[in-house]
Design a protein around this ligand. Structure first.
Ligand code: C2E
Ligand code: CA
Ligand code: CA
Length: 765
């Protein structure tokens, strides 16, 4: 909760302060309370003294009053003469005057002779007189209890001159006395007696009726109250009991404690108010102090945060003291961090060898820039650099690269970016247009030899140019197209090629086709069709050419010319050839086992022909399918033969020695002349359809075909014409003694069952 330094500091300050204040408050309030109580006790103590004094002075007064009666001559005489009637009336009158509740006369032996009221105090009086007599017979002043009430009793001897009797008067401790004492002390007072063996309390009181009632109900025994003042009537009074020295009789002083309590409460409330105020002030002060204390820390924290952010040059905050040292340290940390960062970035985006930008830098730049409508990327590829590197040694190779970079910088000085993106590839980014003339001039830059270790080295470069446009969305798009352009440039005589719109798409398609081949072979997308070859002499058809078809699930029908050329380039045409051989021989196995002695020609490509294992493989396959060599023919193009003549002738000889019928395909399109053909171990020449298609209308074609047939025949080859589309052409071919004809005129290539049906039905006219 309290996570920030500032809030913790505030909490700490406040906590400390609150604790101190609470402590003080408790101490002050408790001492106040104690003080209050002490003052109360003091007040009640004073009142007790006053109470005693009051009782004493009343006793003196009473004694005096009774003394006057006892020394009255008339009264003495009446006592001496035992005139009870007189005595009684004097006692009544005199008693009323002094305010006595009971007056009586006692014999010197202690017996009550007459009393104005029955009090049941005979025993007490008798024992009092006995002890007074022993101690000299002075007047007695004491407290007694009668019928549960306290009386002040005065006994004075009647002397004539000897003690002839005692006159006694008892004064009830009543409301009147209580009022008097209250007037002097200012305290409430109760006279309380235990009426029922400590079970019940009763008496007089100056307390309001309700309080008196509550008090008497509350105190069971007053004895406890006499030891020390105690709170009664729910803290309304502080009460102190005073033993009246008469059996079970007490006086109780009541100090109304409410005003004390109120003053205490007032003081407490004031204190609370002061403390709350102080706490609030402390909070304010704490916040200010914490803010003041933490401000530099917060500024340093903010500074640290900014240092953490990339690309922001944070400024050290103005702080003092130790914080200043910290800020300075952080500042120098930031500096070294940014230096190191700069160095790392530099390394990450530069080619350490040439100092040019590297591929990452280009990618980052293009990522930011693409797509954009104008600008040019020029990729310069040093041709055969690997070989040169091997030849010169790596050190010299590096040296050469540096010199190349120098020349490129001269040519492309206005480029916005010059980079080396691969060992032998440099990329220049231009905002302005780059023309093919400029690119040619770049090639010309390399016409001059480089001098490495005293020897001259000539370099050739391929320059691919990509004009930027908004369809180039990503670095990948751009790089792919540049690669296409450079590949193209390698084919161009000038070594420069501009990327042409659409190249990338067909490139994508090509990649797709190459990639999908093996799946296509496995999943039945490929199949073989058979095109009849009709024999002119016998006017029947016992031969066919196997042609492959590919129906791609997404690209649709792919022409064999397209994918075969691609596979030849990619180097996996042999996969296809094997598949075709397998499929065709399986079909032939069926046909021959059914008695259809059909010879099928399979097309081989240049790669197949350099494979020395080919004859052995075919021989084995024929055997496996129970087929004689007559069942199979092979067609090879002139150009395929020319690629690696000696090796191909070797393979062809191997095939021929097996007895397989061999044909030269597409005759007339290649560079070779018939003179070369003479050396080839083949049986047949297939004249290309380009010469046959329009033979009936093109005299030139007609002448070439006629001459080719005659020449081939003279060299001992059979001749097949391919691509015959009409009757006129077929007639001309017949006229020139062509041996076999293949073409739409007879039939398009057909799937196996259709072909067999066609072949069975074929009856030449
Ligand atoms: P190709 O070996 O010259 O095959 C003959 C091509 O001429 C076939 O085209 C065939 O359909 C077409 N043709 C036949 N008669 C006529 C006609 O009267 N008029 C016209 N306009 N064309 C006719 P296709 O099937 O498209 O094959 C094209 C090429 O693909 C083949 O030329 C061959 O070089 C290659 N090819 C086809 N199948 C295979 C194969 O299994 N292996 C290899 N290596 N190449 C194959
Ligand atoms: Ca062919
Ligand atoms: Ca052909």
């Amino acid at each position: 909760m309290l996570t920030s330094f500032r809030s913790r500091l505030i909490a700490l300050l406040l906590g400390l302060l609150a604790m101190v204040q609470l402590g003080t408050a408790v101490a002050v309030l408790s001492s106040l309370k104690e003080d209050n109580y002490k003052q109360g006790v003091q007040a009640i103590d004073v009142a007790r003294n006053v109470f005693y004094l009051s009782l004493e002075s009343r006793a003196n007064q009473l004694t005096k009053g009774v003394g006057i009666l006892a020394s009255d001559f008339g009264f003495k005489q009446a006592v001496a003469t035992q005139e009870i009637g007189t005595i009684r009336s004097v006692l009544v009158n005199q008693g009323a005057r002094i305010g006595a509740d009971v007056s009586f006369l006692v014999s010197p032996s202690g017996k009550i002779l007459t009393a104005t009221k029955e009090l049941d105090i005979d025993k007490t009086v008798s024992s009092l007189i006995q002890s007074a007599r022993r101690s000299g017979g002075a007047a007695i002043n004491t407290m007694i209890s009668s019928h549960g009430q306290a009386y002040q009793l005065v006994l004075v001897p009647v002397k004539a001159p000897n003690t002839i009797a005692w006159v006694g008067m008892a004064f009830l401790l009543d409301k009147k006395l209580a009022q008097e004492i209250k007037a002097v002390t200012g305290l409430e007072i109760s006279f309380v007696g235990d009426t029922n063996n400590g079970q019940e309390v009763s008496g007089y009181s100056t307390l309001p009726e309700q309080d008196k009632h509550d008090l008497f109900a509350e105190i069971q025994s007053v004895g406890a109250l006499t030891k020390k003042p105690q709170f009664t009537n729910s803290d309304k009074y502080l009460s102190l009991g005073i033993d009246l020295d008469a059996k079970n009789q007490w006086g109780v002083l009541h100090l109304p404690y409410k005003p004390w309590l109120e003053s205490y409460n007032r003081a407490r409330n004031q204190l609370l108010l002061i403390f709350t105020g102080a706490l609030a002030l402390a909070l304010l002060f704490g916040i200010l102090l914490a803010r003041n204390l933490t401000a530099p820390i917060e500024r340093l924290v903010e500074f640290a945060r900014q240092i953490g952010l990339i690309g922001i040059e944070a400024k050290a905050p103005a702080v003092k003291g130790e914080f200043c040292v910290l800020a300075n340290t952080m500042m120098s940390m930031q500096n070294s961090i940014s230096l190191r960062e700069e160095e790392l970035t530099n390394r990450a985006f530069h080619d350490l060898h040439t100092g040019l930008y590297n591929r990452s830098a280009v990618e980052q730049y293009l990522n930011r820039e693409l797509p954009r409508e104008k600008g040019y990327l020029v990729l310069v590829d040093i041709r055969h650099f690997k070989d040169l590197n091997n030849m010169l040694g790596f050190d010299n190779g590096d040296l050469l690269l540096l010199k190349v970079a120098e020349r490129l910088l001269v040519w492309g000085s206005h480029a916005v970016m010059q980079a080396r993106i691969a060992g032998d590839q440099f990329l220049l980014v231009f905002d302005e247009e780059i023309t093919s003339d400029e690119c040619n001039s770049l090639s010309a830059f390399f016409d001059e030899a480089f001098i490495v270790q005293g020897s001259e080295v000539l370099l050739s470069v391929a320059v691919g140019v990509l004009p930027l446009e908004d369809t180039i969305l990503s670095v990948n798009d751009a790089m792919r197209r540049l690669d296409i352009a450079v590949d193209q440039a390698k084919e161009e005589p000038g070594g420069v090629a501009f990327y042409q719109a659409g190249q990338d798409e067909s490139h994508q398609r090509q990649l797709r086709i190459i990639g999908d081949l093996s799946e296509a072979l496995d999943s039945g997308q490929m199949f073989v069709v058979y095109q009849p070859k009709v024999s002119v002499a016998s006017k029947d058809c016992n031969e066919a050419e196997a042609l492959i078809r590919w129906r791609h699930p997404e690209l649709g029908f792919i022409p064999p010319d397209e994918f075969i050329t691609l596979l030849e380039h990619a180097g996996n045409i042999q996969l296809l050839t094997h598949w075709v051989i397998k499929s065709v021989l399986a079909q032939l196995n069926i046909w021959w086992s059914e008695g259809h002695r059909i010879r099928v020609a399979i097309n081989l490509s240049a790669h197949d022909l350099v494979n020395e294992q080919l004859p052995g493989m075919i021989e084995k396959a024929l055997k496996e399918n129970n087929l004689p060599v007559e069942a199979l023919a092979l067609e090879v193009t002139e150009s395929a033969v020319m690629k690696d003549r000696l090796k191909v002738i070797q393979v062809l000889k191997g095939l021929q020695s097996l007895g397989i019928h061999l044909a030269i395909d597409d005759f007339g399109t290649g560079q070779s002349s018939l003179a070369y053909l003479r050396e080839l171990p083949v049986n047949e020449v297939k004249i290309d359809r380009a010469f046959i298609q329009y033979i009936d209308s093109n005299k030139g074609d007609e002448f070439i075909v006629k001459a080719s047939i005659e020449l081939s025949h003279s060299l001992g080859f059979q001749v097949t014409a391919e691509g015959a589309e009409n009757a006129e052409g077929v007639a001309l071919l017949g006229q020139y003694k062509c041996d076999k004809i293949q073409g739409y005129y007879f039939s398009k290539p057909l799937v196996a069952e259709e072909f067999l049906r066609w072949q069975q039905a074929f009856k030449p006219v």
